[in-house]
Design a protein around this ligand. Structure first.
Ligand code: GDP
Ligand code: MG
Length: 162
């Protein structure tokens, strides 16, 4: 079973995507002590493809001024355990400086990255989706975690790592 980590700044929809992927299945929860608190690993399924998904929500509970600490926690923790990283942005908000910080960290580490532009239902996400090409981390996948659109494209992006 391969492992997928969901990362991104607060409020981009990580938990919404996590919940959609995990659904109602029996959860397997591992708490990893150390740099990242309350990291959870659960069995997930996307259109029949099964994998483990890592929730990195604990990163958001760090002190607001400790961005660097959170970055290193992310790098050392969930990325090392993942076969692939879903790097979420909020396509409606567009690319923010904090997204750029995450992209910088992700470019410098070896785990493959899939850029995911969330909140792409309707047309409001289109400019943000196009902006996400500029990360240089490959073709962004437009989804709506809330509405469940783009899941086929997300599956296609994950299949090479399965
Ligand atoms: P997290 O902080 O990255 O875990 O983000 P959450 O999953 O808590 O979502 C933050 C906010 O974005 C919530 O109000 C969600 O309802 C909203 N949200 C999540 N996914 C979508 C989406 O696909 N479209 C829209 N319009 N809102 C979304
Ligand atoms: Mg969350």
């Amino acid at each position: 079973m391969f492992t997928v980590a969901i990362i991104g700044r607060p409020n981009v929809g990580k938990s919404t995507l996590f919940n959609r992927l995990v659904g109602r299945r029996e959860a397997i929860v591992h708490d990893f002590p150390g740099v990242t608190r309350d990291r959870k690993e659960r069995k997930a399924s996307l259109l029949g493809l099964e994998f483990l998904v890592i929730d990195t929500a604990g990163l958001e509970e760090a002190e607001p001024d400790s961005l660097a600490a959170r970055m290193s926690a992310m790098t050392l923790g969930s990325l090392a355990q993942a076969d692939v990283v879903l790097f979420l942005i909020d396509a409606r908000a567009g690319v923010t400086p904090m997204d750029e910080h995450f992209a910088d960290v992700l470019r410098k580490q070896p785990t493959p990255v899939v850029v995911v532009a969330n909140k792409c239902e309707g047309k409001a996400g289109e400019p943000g989706l196009l902006e996400a090409y500029a990360f240089g981390l490959g073709e962004p996948v437009g989804i709506s975690a809330e509405h469940g659109t783009g899941m086929g494209d997300l599956l296609e992006a994950l299949l090479p790592f399965a």
